[in-house]
Ligand binder design. Structure first.
Ligand SMILES: Nc1ncnc2c1ncn2[C@@H]1O[C@H](COP(=O)(O)OP(=O)(O)O)[C@@H](O)[C@H]1O
Ligand SMILES: O=C(O)C1=C[C@@H](OP(=O)(O)O)[C@@H](O)[C@H](O)C1
Length: 303
């Protein structure tokens, strides 16, 4: 099957998101915490009717639809509410500069491209695509692991490039690319039609995340001897070496270590996907406003 025919919109499976098709005045619901025992709660942000009418979307009415017991986790709630409000405000700053261009997330396996990508798509009113899933659909196989096994990595990479080529003529998408998409220069030519963002996550954090969910779906990490954390870390280190500076071709870099240090905390495991999405929007905005006003085409200089 041609990659093109697989480009049907992938629905957003992120918890609690309601799609209304309207950018303003819709509910945006995000998880506040992440893994590590922190609670997942829904916060609903909606532009007030007055703001909606006047298009002053800065004014946001907050509706909390969570099921907290009194005083329970209130600190976590405030943190999440603040983050969700900042995210909403930041997205509204960035939308005019984006001018409907796609966002491509690049980064190692497990760097959060899918998780953060779905949040970005929701808050920007974009559609979300996972390029691995598009390759699976294009070749008619249920998993990347099976494509590697029954064909080869090269076959997978050829189809990945076709998928990125097809996406490059589209607008208003957030695309989570596969971790290895950065190694082929042609893929950068396709991604430069939009704005690329590198999620730069320490290898130890990647290995922790991946060993928590298992390596079955990630063929390049599977079949290594040793305990899940160590084998993931060893293989990720080797891949990272091989890939060298490839990720640094991205227009914007989101460095989790830097965010954690700014928060006075050396450990990236406390960073929520929303905090990372806020940083991504901030970096996208700096890239797009380097030397232009909204709607100007400064991004073309780097393509
Ligand atoms: N900020 C985060 N903190 C902790 N775990 C995360 C974070 N972002 C993603 N994860 C988890 O890490 C794993 C990989 O995330 P995913 O978004 O699928 O990465 P990618 O698409 O880059 O491979 C998933 O289990 C996900 O739930
Ligand atoms: O790093 C890589 O080479 C790969 C990453 C995977 O995607 P994720 O980054 O979404 O896990 C997938 O494309 C394939 O297993 C190869």
């Amino acid at each position: 099957m041609e990659a093109t025919s697989a480009l049907s919109c992938q629905s957003c499976s992120w918890i609690g998101i309601k799609r209304s098709g309207r950018r303003r005045g819709r509910d945006l619901r995000f998880p506040l915490g992440f893994g590590d025992g922190r609670m997942l709660q829904n916060v609903s942000l909606r532009a007030s009717p007055a703001a909606e009418a006047s298009h002053q979307s800065r004014s946001v009415e907050l509706r909390i639809s969570s099921c907290f017991k009194k005083n329970e986790e209130s600190k976590s709630l405030h943190l999440g509410v603040d983050e969700a409000l900042i995210l909403k405000g930041k997205s509204e700053d960035v939308i005019p500069y984006l001018n409907e261009r796609c966002i491509y997330l690049v980064g190692m396996m497990g760097s959060g491209k899918t998780t953060v990508g779905k949040i970005l798509a929701e808050v920007l009113g974009y559609s979300f695509f996972d390029s691995d899933k598009l390759v699976e659909q294009a070749v008619g196989m249920p998993s990347v692991a099976q494509i590697f096994k029954e064909h080869s990595e090269a076959f997978f990479r050829d189809n990945e490039s076709k998928v990125l080529r097809d996406l490059s003529s589209m607008h208003r998408l957030v695309v989570a690319t596969g971790g290895g998409a950065v190694i082929r220069p042609i893929n950068w030519r396709y991604m430069k039609h939009g704005v690329s963002v590198w999620l730069d996550v320490p290898l130890e954090a990647l290995a922790r995340r991946i060993s928590a969910v298992g390596t079955e779906s990630r063929p390049l990490l599977h079949n290594e001897p040793g305990d899940p954390y160590t084998k993931a870390l060893m293989r990720l280190s080797a891949l990272s070496e091989e890939r060298g500076d490839a990720y640094a071709n991205a227009d914007a870099r989101v460095c989790l270590q830097n965010i954690a240090s700014r928060q006075g905390n050396g450990d990236v495991s406390g960073l929520t996907p929303i905090a990372i999405a806020i940083e991504a929007l901030t970096k996208i905005e700096s890239f797009l406003t380097k030397d232009s006003a909204p709607g100007r085409l400064s991004y073309l200089k780097s393509s």
